[in-house]
Ligand binder design. Structure first.
Ligand code: SME
Length: 163
């Protein structure tokens, strides 16, 4: 049994430090990328409030393919450069979208999603996956959320590559 819990009322930066540390502990010594992505998606869900979707898309030739996640069933394949996820993967840049309806080419997987944060996961100089967080609240994510998920991506990259 794993019992990772976010500290109540902790500052956001502290919650993200705990999230990254918990993720590191979970993936350490485990070589299976799917198992690791599944546990990390569950951890994000537990640590980050006000989400309706959290999980991974993995880089494949020319496209992203759905990985482990929590939320409603989602689009399986996203061409690189399309939508928020495909833009993050192709550019290698975090995408922080305050209002998905204003993002040209946004791909609606869950009609409830109003804002979105997508962070590329880099390993050996390549984007191997993206971490995608959706919220039903407009403007849910800020620079601290982006920095927190970027730190998480760095902490786990080597343990999810190849999945
Ligand atoms: N909205 C994303 C698609 C993935 S879902 O949000 C889970 C996009 O535009 O890439």
């Amino acid at each position: 049994m794993y019992d990772f819990k976010p500290a109540e009322d902790a500052p956001k930066a502290e919650t993200y430090r705990e999230l990254a540390a918990s993720a590191r502990a979970l993936v350490e010594g485990e070589a299976d990328p799917v198992a690791n992505m599944a546990n990390i998606a569950a951890l994000i869900w537990q640590f980050v409030p006000r989400l309706n979707w959290a999980g991974f898309y993995r880089t494949a030739p020319g496209e992203l393919v759905l990985g482990p996640f929590i939320g409603k069933p989602a689009c399986i394949r996203i061409p690189l450069g399309q939508g928020v996820c495909g833009t993050a993967a192709q550019s290698g840049q975090t995408q922080l979208v305050e209002d998905v309806h204003a993002f040209p080419g946004h791909i609606a997987c869950d009609a409830e999603s109003a804002s979105e944060l997508v962070v590329p996961v880099r390993h050996d100089g390549m984007v191997v996956a993206v971490i995608d967080l959706d919220s039903p609240e407009t403007n849910r994510f800020d620079a601290e959320d982006a920095a927190g998920i970027e730190a998480l991506a760095r902490a786990v990259a080597a343990h999810i590559a190849g999945g």
